[in-house]
Design a protein around this ligand. Structure first.
Ligand SMILES: Cc1cc2nc3c(=O)[nH]c(=O)nc-3n(C[C@H](O)[C@H](O)[C@H](O)COP(=O)(O)OP(=O)(O)OC[C@H]3O[C@@H](n4cnc5c(N)ncnc54)[C@H](O)[C@@H]3O)c2cc1C
Ligand code: SF4
Length: 836
């Protein structure tokens, strides 16, 4: 190692430490410094870091979460500026190194400074690749207004700002990053089309079958996908992006374009310094440039044995080897390459992929399971008894063990199928106790088992607490189960409950009753005011918005301030989004009763708007499927019927049988009572959807026993009321709440029960979970017997909600936002929802 002698004061010479200069203040550069510091680096070197981004060091992976609104920019910083100062690191943030003089051992930055180095680390990472096409650039250096790459914090915040008043985005690139960008923009209220030139989404990780299922899941969440389409031109209008044109001449309009078509390592600096560069800067097994023993290279700008990595896990390994070698801790430390595993960070589209997607050798074992109808696809590739590849789509429950088996070559169970499913075979998973201390548990943030254990020993006894302190599980999330198991093990079984499990929504630290009390006390009428007053640091959390909006609407009715960004697309346009981006429209048909005039109107509307499918629903209504977004207001106007609320977390239908009017067995007028109930409670919002039924005798033709609330006419002019039933994904027979002797009492108890449920259930908790959780005896005591003297108040609150009913389809007269009913339709033909 070289030492230099500098002269600070005339006549006084001091022996200085060698100077280590790092170019690149990103994930790899700083991780390398952290590893060096942990090997006594502060005593060994004077360290200077150049970073052309004007910030401290942040976790680039989490930019996807920032764009999606689930994380705040402040939360993604890995090392605050104090950290550099505390470690005596000279940080030159916002300074770009423009030249390396290897002979003079100098680096020069664009702020005019230059500095001598003894050892140099290049960690310059990558930049977004913009395929050459007309219209992409305004000039040599500036992208056309509305065009973005997705790489840096500046890219991310610029996108968020720009998206604020935009309605339609196109994302070029259907790889991991493109899909994450698309979901992020959709969360911000934009309609999004993804354009991908290969035939398969995420083709780097997935085969055709898996790609097709992912495509369907992506379309299911309302994103339009164009595969096999390459963009030839960016269309502009008045200097801003206006759309994209495909090779086949078709176009898609948009007012924002994100390009996620791959990355290119930043190698210009190294090239100009005369280092060997192929796809990236070529390094040896010690992570040194092959041309210069004093220049190390780490991260995405390094090419090792022909391989360039675009993920974080390899850089943790590389940084360790680099630090061992540079500090002399282990001069023989060698990097042998990394295995690649990824998980898509898009809520609702579960995909994890590692290693090979298909067998490559004749002896490779290949286990494959496909259930396309349910969106599930799994493959496993085993070589010499070791896992060398796995793809999980739709069900990623086994990902934690598979990642460990893949990373560490764990022995596999003889019954390979148990790698995909829990089928009651003996547990082969290595217990957390047997995992080596240095096992990397969280690949995204490079957190080892020993770091987790140290955190628990340091006093953190809750799983989220350990995750926050170590950042484990804060990347793609696939290691969360393992992290939880390690925390439990390290805490010797005394792991404390996660208080957030009982919060009403994840972003506000209160249980529902306390939250409601505070909202009332502080008079908070909008979602944003709740965040400002009650969220930690006033931070908004995208995942909490819908739940809060529902709660506020329930509590304030008329005084609720409705902010559109707190709504899911279905609630923004009052219709149900379908697989192909069209919508389904279900008009109200109280008690399942209609007449010839309504039927005629529905038929006329279906003809006029070329509605491809008319279907009777399970709730006795007529569903018009395949309506284009821009036609919605006109369809509602022509129908001139109220919304049936088939899309929202609210009161839906009352199914009825024909009852005593026509049926030979009927003992009660179920149809009239069903209509009366539907008329009264139409559209009231709740924690989840509420489906009801009234049936005219115990033969139960309207299936009232498996509804959120079901009413059965019995002999003697009486009615039985059942609550908490279900016949969907869960099957449950409702519990008998009461038997009453008049339809008026049925209506009153229905209202009181629904109000009690609305006030007390968790967000998205259906009655079939809530009723057994609270207990039918308690519910009966409150709702029927008025044990707490709260009955009159519950009645009054429900009355207020009923009075606040307003048909949302009246929105057609005055769209809430310019893009509310603007076309979401792709101009290219998509696979349509099947029409028979
Ligand atoms: C939105 C997004 C999501 C991602 N999600 C995942 C994921 O889920 N899983 C995963 O494994 N990976 C993910 N990645 C990839 C991961 O972030 C990168 O692999 C990782 O950041 C690479 O680290 P690096 O230090 O090599 O490069 P970077 O983190 O890019 O750091 C390089 C730094 O060097 C600076 N620099 C470049 N040239 C100079 C110069 N001449 N002078 C001064 N400074 C310079 C750059 O501005 C940058 O700050 C994601 C990336 C993005 C953008
Ligand atoms: S539930 Fe009873 S009243 Fe209603 S249709 Fe069936 S048999 Fe007739």
């Amino acid at each position: 190692m070289t030492s230099i002698l500098t002269s600070h004061d005339a006549g006084e010479a001091t022996t200085a430490k060698p100077r280590l200069v790092v170019v690149g203040n990103g994930m790899a550069g700083v991780r390398a410094i952290e590893e060096i510091l942990s090997r006594n680096g502060r005593k060994l070197f004077d360290i200077t870091v150049f970073g052309d981004e004007p910030y401290g060091n942040y976790n680039r992976i989490l930019l996807s979460n920032v764009l999606a609104g689930s994380e705040d920019t402040g939360e993604i910083f890995l090392n605050p500026l104090d950290w550099y100062a505390d470690n005596e690191i000279d940080l030159r943030a916002g300074a770009r190194v423009v030249r390396i003089d290897r002979f003079a051992r100098l680096v020069q930055a664009d702020d005019g400074t230059s500095i001598r180095y003894d050892q140099l680390i290049l960690a310059t990472g990558s930049r977004s690749f913009f395929p050459p096409m007309d219209g992409m650039w305004a000039d040599d250096r500036t992208l056309t207004s509305g065009v973005f790459g997705f790489r840096s914090l500046d890219d991310c915040t610029a996108m968020i700002d720009y998206a604020a008043d935009k309605t339609k985005a196109v994302v070029i690139g259907g790889g991991l990053l493109g899909l994450e960008a698309a979901r992020g923009l959709q969360n911000r209220g934009l309609t999004v089309d993804v354009v991908h030139s290969p035939a398969t989404l995420m083709n780097a990780q997935l085969d055709e079958a898996a790609g097709a299922i992912v495509r369907r899941s992506v379309e299911n969440i309302g994103i339009t996908v164009h595969t096999g389409q390459s963009t030839k031109r960016v269309l502009t209008q008045g200097g801003s992006v206006a759309g994209v044109a495909f090779a086949d001449g078709t176009t898609v309009e948009c007012d924002m374009l994100v390009v996620s078509a791959g990355i290119r390592p930043n190698v210009g600096l190294a090239l100009r310094a005369g280092l060997t560069v192929e796809r990236a800067i070529v390094v040896d097994d010690h992570m040194r440039s092959v041309d210069d023993d004093d220049i190390y290279v780490v991260g995405e700008c390094a090419q090792h044995r022909g391989q360039v990595y675009g993920l974080v896990a390899p850089l943790w390994d590389q940084a360790k080897v680099l630090a061992d070698h540079l500090t002399g801790t282990d001069r023989r430390a060698a990097y042998h390459g990394s295995r690649m595993a990824t998980k898509l960070k898009v809520a609702g589209v579960d995909v994890a992929a590692m290693g090979l997607k298909a067998p490559e050798h004749p002896d490779d074992e290949f286990v494959q399971f496909a259930e396309p109808k349910h969106g599930i696809y799994k493959t496993i590739v085993v070589r010499d008894g070791k896992l060398v590849g796995a793809t999980l789509v739709g069900d990623v429950r086994k990902v934690a063990f598979l990642m460990q088996a893949f990373d560490r070559g764990l022995p596999l169970p003889e019954e390979r199928i148990s790698l995909m499913f829990d089928i009651g075979t003996p547990d082969v998973e290595v217990g957390v106790a047997e995992l080596a201390a240095d096992t990397q548990v969280c690949n995204c943030n490079g957190v080892s088992k020993s770091a987790l254990v140290a955190c628990v020993n340091g006093g953190q006894k809750t799983v989220p607490g350990v995750m926050t302190a170590t950042r484990a599980g804060k990347g793609c999330g696939s290691c969360k189960t393992l992290v939880a198991q390690i925390v439990e093990w390290a805490a010797g079984g005394v792991v404390e409950d996660d208080p957030s499990a009982s919060w009403y929504v994840p972003g506000i630290p209160y249980e529902k009753p306390e939250l409601m009390r505070l909202i009332r006390e502080l008079q908070l009428h909008s979602v944003s005011s709740v965040f400002a007053a009650l969220a930690p640091d006033g931070r908004e959390d995208a995942n909490s918005k819908m739940g809060l909006a529902s709660l506020l609407q329930m509590m304030w009715t008329h005084e609720f301030v409705d902010e559109r960004d707190a709504r899911f697309v279905n609630d923004r346009v009052h219709a149900n989004i379908q697989r192909d981006g069209t919508f389904s429209v279900v008009p109200q048909m109280k008690g399942g009763v209609t007449d010839s005039a309504q039927l005629r109107k529905i038929a006329d509307v279906a003809d006029k708007y070329a509605i491809p499918l008319i279907k009777l629903t399970g709730g006795q209504r007529i569903d018009l499927l395949g309506v284009r977004k821009e036609d919605l207001p006109a369809v509602w106007a022509d129908l001139d019927m109220p919304s049936g609320f088939a899309y929202s977390k609210s009161f839906r239908t009352v199914k009825t049988c024909v009852g005593s009017d026509f049926c030979r067995y009927g003992v009660g007028d179920s149809t009239s009572l069903g209509i009366a109930i539907e008329q009264r409670f139409q559209g009231i919002p709740g924690p989840a959807k509420m489906k009801l039924a009234v049936t005219g005798c115990p033969r139960n033709c309207a299936e009232a026993l498996c509804k959120d609330l079901g009413v059965v006419a019995v002999d003697g002019g009486c009615w039985e009321i059942y609550v908490g039933g279900a016949a969907g994904a869960h099957i449950r027979k409702g519990d008998l709440l009461a038997t009453v002797d008049s339809p008026e009492l049925v209506v009153q108890l229905t209202g009181r029960f629904l109000q009690y449920y609305r006030e007390n259930a968790n967000w998205l908790e259906r009655t079939y979970t809530w009723v057994p959780r609270v207990g039918i005896d308690t519910i009966r005591a409150v709702v029927v017997e008025d044990r707490d003297g709260d009955g009159a108040r519950l009645d009054a609150e429900m009355h207020k909600a009923v009075d606040a009913y307003r048909d949302p389809w009246k929105d057609r007269e005055k769209p809430a936002t310019p893009g509310q009913f603007r076309s979401a339709l792709p101009l290219a033909v998509l696979p349509q929802v099947p029409i028979r």
